[in-house]
Design a protein around this ligand. Structure first.
Ligand code: NAD
Length: 433
């Protein structure tokens, strides 16, 4: 039919059953609610329900025992209306195309919410980096980069670290991409080490952004943050560790943290530096002295003022939402709370700082890193942190205002603010059907 874009639900012969994946379904549901709220143009809505393009790659890696193992990898461009694709690369055993596509969709909405000139992308490889040697991880990163190199680039799509990847993976990615192109291209990736064009303040930016949002939320609740404020954090990787370190530095008491091995709890407070040293020696938190062992499930239900899920998605569901006791839920992770759980928490009066706002600090400083790389002019850490504060707190204000004016929860408000900006841009550019 002329002028009509086929709605995904009307499309037969679907290649991937996106809606079967819990995170993808969850993001679609939130999108739907926000779209209804602002009477979103139907063509914009349809376009956003699926990624623009998705690449699958099979990645052969010679393992240390001499065998060759093939890993499944993906890179998805969800939407590039506002600029090049931007989003992390995840190395985790449960990675699949639908998960990567859902995370790419969240990136589109996050970048639009904080008004960056960037689209949404994400990548991932189904592997267990904890069980691989450094050499195997380097081979995997380099061959993955080689397979997706035509899909990425400073003007096309700029990857960054996510679960299971760090600055070292980004350095290997940059080196492999540059070898293909023939000269150094630092702008192809963010989250790089400082020595090869990384930005000061990038490593702790996501955790810092989480804490800046908690500060803003506490102001709105008339809550004073200090030694009587207890904080529990699920996940002790990049986001969890820096959230813990920075929130402790403003005087709050971190009472519990966890990683894949489980959690540690001490109502009197944990010493973040001691925890870091323990992890350095023992790899996992389990066994940390002077604290009670708790499971990841128990950690979420501990009495605390601020809860920061900073590990994986779908951790707070309709099963446990009723038992969550925090006043502020700051979503460091992407998609940690299901839509139904969100509703339960909202009704209980929990102040939710949704993922696309709470964890946007990482992509904001990634944007700064990309800009600094393109200009070959580098900023001080103070400048980076000040600009991060400006951008994330003004996004917080827009979301809070929308939430109070429309009398809707913070999550729906964040999607409404983001979709409003993005759909204007999409309609101005048109659909080129
Ligand atoms: P990371 O790999 O550095 O750390 C992940 C942490 O989660 C580790 O402590 C790990 O032990 C723990 N974990 C893994 N599986 C778990 C399980 N089944 N149960 C409990 N804990 C488990 O990853 P990260 O970069 O800190 O990312 C964490 C979350 O934050 C992800 O949802 C990611 O998408 C999101 N995020 C990260 C960034 C960033 O800049 N790194 C930016 C925005 C959002």
């Amino acid at each position: 039919m002329a002028g009509k874009i086929i709605h995904p639900e009307e499309h037969e012969g679907v290649i991937v059953d996106w809606s079967n994946h819990p995170l993808y379904r969850n993001v679609l549901d939130i999108l739907e609610g926000a779209a209804r709220e602002i009477n979103l143009d139907r063509n914009c809505h349809s376009r956003l329900m699926k990624p623009r393009r998705a690449l699958y790659v099979s990645i052969p890696v010679r393992m240390d025992d001499g065998s060759i193992q093939a890993f499944d990898g993906f890179r998805v461009h969800h939407n590039t209306t506002l600029g090049p694709g931007k989003g992390g690369i995840r190395f985790h055993p449960e990675v699949n195309l639908a998960e990567v596509a859902a995370l790419a969709m969240l990136m589109t909405l996050k970048n639009s919410l904080v008004r960056l000139p960037l689209g949404g992308a994400k990548g991932g490889v189904a592997c267990d980096p904890d069980k691989m040697s450094r050499r195997e991880k380097q081979s995997l990163t380099r061959r993955y980069t080689s397979e997706i190199h035509m899909f990425i680039g400073p003007d096309k799509d700029i990857p960054a670290p996510d679960v299971g990847t760090d600055a070292q993976n980004m350095a290997w990615l940059m080196d492999t991409y540059s070898s293909h192109i023939g000269y150094a291209v630092p702008g192809v990736v963010t989250g790089k080490p400082i020595e090869i064009g990384g930005s000061l303040g990038r490593v702790d930016a996501t955790g810092r952004g989480v804490v800046y949002c908690v500060i803003e939320a506490a102001k709105r609740l008339g809550m004073e943050l200090g030694e009587n404020t207890s904080v529990a954090i699920q996940g002790f990787g990049n986001v969890g560790f820096y959230s813990a370190k920075i929130i402790a530095s403003i005087g709050c008491k971190v009472v519990a943290v966890s990683d894949v091995s489980g959690g540690v709890y001490n109502p009197k407070g944990l010493d973040i530096e001691e925890l870091r040293q323990w992890i350095q020696t023992n790899k996992v938190l389990k066994g940390f002295p002077n604290a009670e062992f708790v499971t990841n499930e128990q950690l979420l239900e501990l009495p605390c003022d601020v809860l920061i899920p900073a590990a994986l998605s779908n951790q707070i569901t309709e099963e446990n939402a009723d038992r969550i006791k925090c006043k502020i839920l700051a979503e460091g992770a992407n998609g940690p709370t299901t839509r139904v759980a969100s509703k339960i928490l909202h009704e209980k009066g929990v102040f939710i700082i949704p993922d696309i706002l709470a964890n946007a600090g990482g992509v904001i400083v990634s944007y700064f890193e990309w800009v600094q790389g393109l200009q070959n002019f580098f900023w001080s850490e103070k400048d980076v942190n000040n600009k991060l504060w400006e951008i994330i707190t003004s996004a917080f204000n827009r979301v809070y205002e929308c939430s109070t004016q429309r009398n809707i929860g913070m999550r729906r408000a964040a999607f409404v603010v983001s979709l409003d900006h993005l759909s204007r841009a999409m309609l101005l550019r048109g659909f080129y059907p």
